[in-house]
Design a protein around this ligand. Sequence first.
Ligand code: PMP
Length: 287
Amino acid sequence: QWIYLNGEFVTKENAKVSVYDHGFLYGDGIFEGIRLYNGNIFKLREHLDRLYDSAKSIMLEIPLSYEEMQEAVAETLRKNNLKNGYIRLVVSRGPGDLGLDPRRSPKANVIIIAEQLAIYPEEAYVNGLKTISVSPRRNLPDALNPKIKSLNYLNNILVKIQSNLAGVGEAIMLNSQGYVAEGSSDNIFIIKRGVVFTPPCYCGALEGITRLAIIELCAKHGIPLKEEPFTLHDVYVADEVFFTGTAAEVIAVREVDGRTIGEGKAGPVTTRLLKEFRGIVELDGYK
Ligand code: PMP
């Protein structure tokens, strides 16, 4: 496996950065997770847009132009001979001193890792996941704006720990006002009486690329969708619930906090959206 590290390809063992990297010391940096489907880099443009927007917002200068980054990703895939898999793109602030001041980290580290992906078994897409709501709260738009896909994932890790203890694979995070925000690494959707709902980003949801793809698919197929705040009550009484994410795609939820959702398996709208989504993954991207 070859890892892209600042313009060079190194082996996994040699893929190392400084302990003074502020990505390590402070979580100061940004990242993207991107899927590769049969040689098609799914929605690469959208992922790079989010990456460059995140970078601008935190005043992090990415030492590659947009086109160079696109080429670096494609080159990493060629080098690893990958046709299907997952790409992790990380830009950290780079090595500095022990203070917080980003001006002392003049050179960002750019890392691209591409590998096979172990996702949920196909059975989970049919039967749905069991999930719970958890106590860590998603940050609302502030200095740590949920739109910035930053390396600050401590809250998400706390969610993961709580999910592990409960024996579930994904969990529901609320924001400090009690509205549903998203999962630990997935966006959330609910369906009630044929209408699809997803929390707006101001509720603390990342502007997920898969989320956007679902919004677009709903529009294309005339499925009504509203971006609207909702609560756990709305989740409990929904006809269908599903998560979306680059790794998870569109995964149904069959139970939330002990309440069975709908028929206790993937519902018709979720199943349809998964099918439509899988229909576009090899088309809508960069080859
Ligand atoms: N929310 C969070 C917190 C995430 O980390 C992710 C995964 N990147 C998502 C949602 C889903 O976003 P996407 O569809 O772009 O993978």
